[in-house]
Design a protein around this ligand. Structure first.
Ligand code: ZN
Ligand code: ZN
Length: 352
């Protein structure tokens, strides 16, 4: 089968690998969609932000936002059948600890990440435990599944924890794929949205996704603009999806007194002023990352009830052969959300 590898030096290899065989409690999925996440750029440039030693080895197939068709099941598999359309939750856990048992597999101390620690979805086939297979109803596309297991699911969970509702104005800072998903979720939860970025086409996308106001940060007056839109109060909720220090500071500053804020953009350091920015404002500040697997069915109902198509956040589509171009375009910020798409007529036999 065809598969992508990221040696970590800014290059991309498209290689031939044997089709993996599902062992006990595993399933083989023919991949139909697999998205590039901003976090994959850390593999591309050789400083993996997630995972153990193997993650940086260049030998693991990337891709933690995959969906496809189950084509083979291993011994003992009960909940998934050949022919099922599934998305893959990125978390592989021990399934016995308190976090796994609560559905928070991503908090497991033995956690392994699909596409970082074990082979991921940027390939024609992927093997995963049946426990991480999420059934896609016929109304949802494979691409919707790919977006749901990362950006959309993260926002769904984070905004549920923040209690976002129709009484809130939500500032979304950073309108890449995560921020775009934040706009979709906040609007469906009934909030007004102020969408913040400096890239014109991202601001335009936010408008088409339903943002009530867009704020261009490029002239340095973003906070003043947000305050002007809210009678000087700030917004009840502010979510940073940018992962940069300026964006995180803007989110804390934009949040109203007694408000709520979330950091969702991956970030390794930032200087903040806790006393000014959240201590005396009595803010509730949370981190948001992935979603507990038990929340998937509820998220599906939410999406169907509100007629959301999460895949509207996809900006570019490529084949695996075009992976070098795809990763380069994401790295150079010429593409926001890239989806690998696959030829549905390719038979398993012909790719061996
Ligand atoms: Zn991701
Ligand atoms: Zn566990």
């Amino acid at each position: 089968m065809k598969a992508v590898l990221l040696p970590g030096d800014g290059t991309v290899e498209v290689v031939e690998r044997p089709i993996p065989v599902p062992s006990m409690n595993q399933v083989l999925i023919k991949v139909r969609s697999s998205a590039i996440c901003a976090s994959d750029l850390s593999l591309y440039s050789g400083n993996a932000v997630v995972g153990g030693n193997l993650a940086g080895s260049g030998k693991i197939i990337p891709g933690h936002e995959a969906a496809g068709d189950v084509v083979e099941i291993g011994e003992g598999v009960r909940s998934v059948a050949v022919g099922d359309r599934v998305a893959v939750h990125l978390s592989i856990g021990c399934m016995h600890c308190e976090f796994c048992r609560a559905g928070y597999i991503e908090q497991c101390l033995q956690w392994q990440c699909v596409g970082f620690d074990v082979d991921g979805g940027d390939a024609e086939y992927i093997v995963v435990p049946e426990a991480v297979c999420l059934q896609l109803p016929p109304e949802l596309s494979y691409e919707a599944g790919s977006v749901m297991v990362d950006n959309f699911g993260t926002q769904y969970h984070t905004q549920k924890r923040l209690g976002v509702s129709g009484t809130d104005v939500v500032t979304v800072v950073g309108l890449g794929p995560m921020g775009a998903a934040a706009v979709l979720v906040a609007k469906a939860r009934g909030a007004d949205v102020i969408a913040v970025d400096l890239v014109p086409h991202r601001l335009e996308l936010a408008r088409t996704l339903g943002a009530d106001h867009v704020v261009d940060v490029s002239d340095g007056t973003a906070l003043e603009q947000i305050l002007a839109l809210t009678d000087g109060r700030g917004t009840e909720v502010a979510i940073d999806c940018s992962g940069n220090a300026a964006g995180e500071n803007l989110a804390l500053d934009a949040a109203a007194r007694l408000g709520r804020a979330a950091f969702v953009g991956e970030s390794s350091s930032a200087t903040i002023n806790p006393s000014e920015q959240f201590l005396r404002k009595e803010l509730t500040v949370i981190g948001g990352w992935v979603f507990p697997i038990y929340e998937y069915d509820e998220m599906v109902r939410f999406i169907l009830r509100h007629g959301i198509t999460p895949e509207v956040t996809v900006s570019h589509r490529f084949t695996l052969d075009e992976a070098p171009t795809a990763f380069r375009m994401v790295q150079e910020r010429r593409a926001d959300k890239v989806m690998f798409v696959f030829d549905e007529d390719t038979e398993k036999e012909s790719t061996q």
